[in-house]
Design a protein around this ligand. Structure first.
Ligand SMILES: Nc1nc2c(ncn2[C@@H]2O[C@H](COP(=O)(O)OP(=O)(O)OP(=O)(O)O)[C@@H](O)[C@H]2O)c(=O)[nH]1
Ligand SMILES: [Mg+2]
Length: 420
């Protein structure tokens, strides 16, 4: 993209033009370039979810971030030159920035500066649907923004609120806005308390029925599996954080009713304070009897993702629940070559082929979780029967804990358990 064409585009284009972004990440000791490259791919995907296009990725080998500007002086000059030349709209850092780093970077680069948390918060804000999720995200975002409120963000926030100031905002505007934000934080906290009271009462009404929560990294297919299982119509798309609210549906398999909930996806480096703000949404997970952990088996980092999810589950106090592991998207995983095919492959081809040995995986994870994992494709329904069988088997175990004599009083009064 040349400088001229972008300028012309900005002048004449009537449709809203897509904003452009560059990414910045550090390569720390013990990290490979390949790893950081994959992290940046994910960051670019997040950026795309927010509607912007990634035009370049910068990395720097550095043991710890520069306290003033996150990257070193030379790298900052390089980024600045690129951003100015190509008129890039924003610079996105794959880590969280301190308030002073954010300010310094903005002064140097003169464009919007995002860090990872702010990016995720903005996506959540766009996607939240229920009053509870909206209030939670708004609160978390204001709390994060308050100490970081710079001229640029004051300006952007005012545009957002419809009171756009022309040109850069001054120190006085920043102070006024900080006061406004503090007031808003107080109001949002009160509102949230009210909503939480209501949803706690709602959840109480669900005692006496097995509760299952779908959990997993973002974009692995949780909502797709939920739709397949409950024939509902939840938004599933190839974007990160398509789901920010939890949805609960009642399902009956083999005469056993249970509640299934779809939840917000997890992601690496999701800052603790952000998880904290989602605590009540995450209550669905915390109060579940069984977790269905969905994994995108076609993702090169699927094992990392499993660890991120397990760590997050531990953090929210749901680390010790029974887990049914679902390896999803097997349609995208290359099939293991047959012996016949192997004979015609070179050693290098065998070494480089990306197929996975399902049997080996199955044994390894069965040892770890005590339940045989299911291999399936929720997208086209492959192996959905196997999934149902495993699910109903595990649900039955939980059902028996609540109704030890359930064979005698098989008919459960379902009218009590309305999923919403
Ligand atoms: N090829 C393939 N694609 C799938 C499969 N399951 C889901 N997908 C696709 O993967 C993308 C993400 O699916 P979702 O169901 O939205 O994933 P999610 O885990 O709910 O994602 P978040 O709500 O963003 O955390 C969508 O484009 C789905 O169509 C599958 O088995 N095979
Ligand atoms: Mg979803």
């Amino acid at each position: 993209m040349s400088k001229i064409s972008r300028k012309f585009q900005k002048l004449f284009e009537t449709a809203p033009i897509q904003e452009t972004a560059v990414m910045v990440a550090l390569i720390r000791q013990g990290q490979t370039e390949q790893q950081v490259h994959e992290y940046l791919e994910e960051l670019a995907f997040l950026t795309e979810t927010l509607g912007a296009k990634t035009v370049y990725k910068f990395t720097q080998r550095l043991e710890r971030p520069d306290v003033r500007t996150f990257v070193g002086t030379g790298k900052l000059e390089e980024i600045k030159a690129y951003v100015t030349h190509f008129e890039v709209d924003m610079v996105i850092f794959d880590d969280d920035l301190s308030p002073s780093q954010m300010r310094n970077l903005e002064n140097e680069l003169k464009v919007k500066v995002y860090d990872r948390s702010l990016l995720i918060l903005d996506i959540f804000l766009n996607r939240a649907q229920t009053a509870q999720a909206k209030t939670q995200v708004e609160l978390a975002r204001f709390q994060y923004l308050l100490p970081r409120l710079t001229r640029m963000w004051t300006h952007l926030e005012r545009q957002r609120g419809g009171t756009g100031t022309r040109g850069g905002a001054g120190e006085k505007e920043i102070e006024t806005d900080k006061r406004d934000i503090r007031n808003k934080i107080t109001l949002l906290k009160e509102k949230l308390k009210e909503i939480e009271k209501q949803s706690a009462t709602q959840r109480k009404g669900r005692k006496g029925i097995v509760r299952v929560a779908l959990v997993g990294y973002t974009n692995v297919g949780k909502s797709t599996l939920m739709n397949l299982t409950t024939k509902s119509d939840i938004l599933a798309e190839n974007k990160l954080f398509a789901t920010v609210d939890s949805t609960v549906r009642k399902v009956v398999y083999e005469n056993i009713p249970f509640l299934l909930s779809d939840t917000v996806g997890f992601i690496r480096k999701l800052p603790t304070h952000l998880i904290e703000s989602f605590k009540s949404t995450l209550d669905e997970i915390r109060e579940a009897d069984l977790l269905v952990h969905v994994v995108d088996l076609s993702h090169p980092n699927f094992e990392d993702h499993i660890n991120v999810v397990n760590n997050t589950l531990n953090e929210i106090g749901a680390g010790d629940k029974p887990v049914l592991l679902v390896f999803n998207k097997i349609d995208l995983v290359p099939k293991m070559p047959t012996e016949e095919q192997m004979m015609h492959m070179t050693e290098l081809e065998v070494a480089e082929s990306k197929y996975l040995d399902f049997e080996k995986l199955s044994i390894a994870y069965q040892k770890k979780y005590g339940i045989t994992p299911v291999f399936m494709a929720a997208g086209d329904g492959t192996n959905v029967e196997a999934f149902r069988e495993s699910l109903v088997k595990e649900v039955k175990k939980q059902h028996l804990k609540i109704y030890p004599h359930y064979l005698e009083d098989e008919v459960v009064d379902m009218s009590k358990f309305e999923g919403e």
